[in-house]
Write a protein that binds this ligand. Structure first.
Ligand SMILES: *[C@@H]1O[C@H](CO)[C@@H](O)[C@H](O)[C@H]1NC(C)=O
Ligand SMILES: *[C@@H]1O[C@H](CO)[C@@H](O)[C@H](O)[C@H]1NC(C)=O
Length: 344
């Protein structure tokens, strides 16, 4: 699972990826590439497994540790935005998800268009401690579906359930901030009782914003912020792009959550949509577009995104007037990275 996958592309442009993980770091952003010109070299293929195609997918959040309610509401609003077309507000989170819906399984069923936030569990007792291994994320899910310590347990839903474990700023997770910002996988029946897809994302605001809250923070010692795309804010050039909801950690998490939800939906059992020959180190539909948020993005440039009068960057709109910044994903029909704010 830790193996690095290395693609040698045209003009020696390299993209690295970690299995099922979201890892943007500076060298990766400098090397990341918008594949518009080299799509023939992307061997994204379908490997016959299921996608999350139920008409409704029930998403359950497990808040592990101590969470700020303001940060929680940013994340909830993003999740609500996935399935709610906001009237006349383009480009929207809903439109962004429509690229994920282009992926189908062997029965021709598309990835769902309805991800419903159906339950939340607050593990504020740190039931598995403050230092977590990757595998212990599954034990946290087991606790959330069986413990009634912090309110009613979540349903264990192998039919159309998806579990999202979010760890708070004080929780250390194996490889977090060193190799990964999030990952997705599926549970083992020996731990949880059934196989259900899940994703984990950590709050990076205090531990490693420079690694996991791009483009609102940048790696220490990199010397300069990532170059930002500017459309509407002419004076912007020296300051780093500001987060649209006022919190670097949460706004940075949104794109990681988006990345993991796109990938778990198109590759929930790691046998559906991915590129590369090695299923233990798949390059998935969001891995192909890391660091790309708008037209022209790649190579350390986020691309053309919107900037409001306060310097807050965003590329999609959601419920309750929210704005978010989410990376693009690979569009199988256009054979390039794409998002609803594309200019072409
Ligand atoms: C950054 O990414 C590159 C390429 O994926 C990798 O070789 C390097 O170890 C990473 N650096 C850190 C600090 O994780
Ligand atoms: C389902 O996927 C197919 C193939 O990508 C696509 O043509 C179709 O528009 C998708 N349907 C929806 C509702 O997105």
């Amino acid at each position: 699972m830790q193996k690095l996958l290395h693609y040698l592309l045209l003009s020696c442009c390299c993209l690295f990826s970690l299995a099922f993980s979201y890892l943007p770091n500076r060298s990766q952003f400098n090397q990341a590439k918008n594949y518009e010109g080299s799509s023939d070299l992307v061997d994204l293929r379908y490997h016959m497994g299921p996608v999350l195609a139920s008409p409704i997918i029930n998403l359950y959040i497990i808040w592990y540790g101590h969470w700020n309610p303001t940060h929680q509401s940013i994340i909830r609003d993003f999740l609500y935005s996935l399935s709610s077309p906001p009237p006349s507000s383009h480009p929207s989170v809903y439109d962004w998800w429509s690229t994920v819906r282009l992926y189908t399984d062997q029965t021709g069923s598309n990835v769902t268009g309805n991800i419903h936030l159906s339950g939340e569990f607050h593990d504020s007792r740190y039931s598995h401690g403050g230092y977590l291994s990757r595998l212990s994320i599954q034990s946290i899910i087991k606790t959330a579906v069986s413990s009634s310590h912090s309110g009613p347990p979540l349903p264990l839903n192998p039919h159309n359930g998806l579990y999202l474990v979010l760890t708070s700023s004080d929780v250390q997770v194996q490889d977090f901030c060193r190799a990964v910002c999030g990952f997705h996988y599926f549970t083992f029946p020996t731990i949880v009782g059934v196989t259900v897809p899940y994703a984990w994302v950590g709050y990076s605001g205090t531990q490693c914003p420079g690694m996991c809250a791009y483009p609102f923070a940048w790696p220490e010692n990199s010397g300069k912020p990532p170059p930002a795309g500017t459309v509407s804010y002419k004076d912007y050039n020296k300051n780093i792009m500001r987060p649209p909801n006022g919190d670097v950690g949460s706004d940075g998490m949104i794109s990681v959550i988006a990345h993991e939800l796109a990938e778990v939906s198109s590759n929930p059992l790691v046998n559906a949509w991915y590129a590369g020959e090695d299923p233990t180190a798949p390059t998935e539909i969001a891995d192909l577009c890391m660091g790309v948020y708008g037209t022209g993005g790649g190579g350390g440039y986020v691309g053309k995104v919107e900037m409001d009068a306060w310097g807050n960057g965003y590329n999609v709109k959601g419920v309750r007037g929210r704005r978010f910044m989410v990376q693009w994903i690979w569009n199988p029909a256009r054979r390039r990275c794409f998002g609803p704010n594309a200019l072409d």
